[in-house]
Design a protein around this ligand. Structure first.
Ligand code: SR1
Ligand code: MG
Length: 409
């Protein structure tokens, strides 16, 4: 039987032979090793390294079930979606996504550039590293990838074709359940509630009917607003970074959805980093610098996005009705309101949904963790309930200050 003619889940030690069979990347006979390096909720990521030269490459394979919840089956088609969007994003934001060398539909595996010299951003943030280029790079990525795949810029027929190519029912289903439903009702009993916050979450979330209504609206906006080709899961575990450069990767949740979903996810994950630093760092200059950087990065992400929205709009939009005076700012206000709304939904789901973030769960002191979670909940509710009023970075830092004050020791 021909090698790799039917799907199986690779073991780390099988990855080198797979790379050698599929690609001329390492010379024949080189000593290669394979190691699993992924810690995600869904896929398997292997690094194949040439033991003599140190040269390396990545194999990412989709399993038939998610790793976090084996009952949650997800289509392996997500690999095709990921490989396809990374190629497109490399056209719109060159150099800000890793290169894909090959996608294999049978093994549901892709072979891609190893982002050596870069660290997963969440890991770096948990070590309280700051990244001065982040807001600049992420907004270049967002403004270009979002606007240029939307009807603002793209030919309408071409865009509709892409909407079809990126129909992603299983992964969107995960978001619709885990992000946009279960945090508000725990309907499947699989939320992870930190015991000291049980009553707070019941009162502030499950029993807050006004909040649940706004969350319901955001859920249906997510399902029905095919605005742009979004990454769909743009948290700090989907970014590899160093002081000079940023890579955005792992876009398997991609589909045509609201732009604000991606921007809001970035914003909220910077607040998670702030909460971690605030809870675990020793008082002093290092802590102040880290906390200031988190707040600045959060505000800059919004403000630089707005600036780049303007620039990309002016450079690329030719659609006659989009050029009608007033349309550009009207369209932006919709994106910004969604940004706040989905920042809030990301906040709540990471506190007490099924998939939590280390920024919060790794806070060992129970009282400090409970407080960090409450800050996120209060901030998130503000973002959701008052989303039309969040129009610039300062609105987010002001909301963060209010949330911190509400839970001051
Ligand atoms: C079952 S997957 C859980 C979460 O991990 C991914 O990164 C997404 O955020 C998803 O919601
Ligand atoms: Mg992921």
């Amino acid at each position: 039987m021909e090698e790799y003619s039917s799907y199986f889940l690779m073991k780390p030690e099988e990855a080198p032979a797979y790379v050698q069979a599929k690609l001329h990347y390492f010379p024949e006979g080189d000593r290669l090793s394979g190691k699993e390096i992924g810690d995600g909720n869904i896929n398997y990521v292997f690094r194949v390294t040439d033991e003599d030269t140190g040269k390396s490459i990545i194999v990412k394979q989709a399993g038939l079930k998610t790793r976090i919840e084996p009952d949650l089956g997800v289509s392996t088609d997500r690999g095709r979606i990921e490989a396809r969007i990374l190629k497109l994003q490399n056209e719109y934001a060159p150099g800000l996504v890793p290169r894909i060398y090959l996608y294999d539909e049978v093994m549901c595996a892709m072979i891609m550039e190893d982002m050596t010299g870069h660290t997963m951003m969440r890991t770096g943030l948990l070590q309280h590293q700051t990244y001065l280029r982040f807001a600049e790079d992420i907004t270049t990525f967002l403004a270009n990838c979002l606007l240029r795949t939307s009807d603002l810029v793209m030919d309408h027929k071409e865009k509709k074709k892409l909407v079809g190519e990126f129909i992603n029912p299983d992964l969107c289903g995960i978001t619709e359940d885990l992000v946009l439903m279960e945090p508000y009702n725990d309907i499947y009993g699989r939320n992870h509630v930190f015991a000291p916050n049980r009553d707070f979450i019941r009162r502030e979330v499950y029993e807050d009917e006004a909040l649940r209504l706004e969350a319901a609206k955001l859920k249906f906006e997510f399902m029905n607003h095919a605005q742009a080709l979004i990454h769909g899961d743009l948290h700090t575990g989907s970014v590899f970074i160093n002081q000079e450069h940023t890579y955005v990767f792992d876009p398997e949740f991609a589909f045509y959805g609201p732009m604000g979903y991606d921007i809001g996810n970035v914003v909220m994950n910077l607040l998670f980093a702030w909460c971690n630093g605030e809870a675990v760092m020793e008082d002093g200059k290092e802590k102040e610098d880290f906390l200031d950087w988190c707040m600045d990065a959060m505000a800059d992400t919004v403000d630089l996005f707005v600036q780049k929205y303007d620039a990309v709009f002016d450079q690329y939009v030719t659609e006659p009705m989009a050029k009608v005076p007033g349309f550009k700012s009207w369209y932006l206000s919709g994106i910004l309101s969604d940004t706040a709304g989905y920042a809030g939904t990301e906040g709540l789901r990471r506190v007490h949904g099924m998939a939590n973030v280390k920024d919060l769960t790794s806070i060992e002191d129970a009282e400090k963790r409970a407080r960090a979670e409450r800050i996120v909940i209060t901030f998130s509710k503000d973002c959701i309930m008052n989303r039309t009023g969040f129009i610039c970075g300062a609105d987010y830092t002001a909301a963060a200050e209010r949330a911190v004050k509400a839970h001051s020791c």
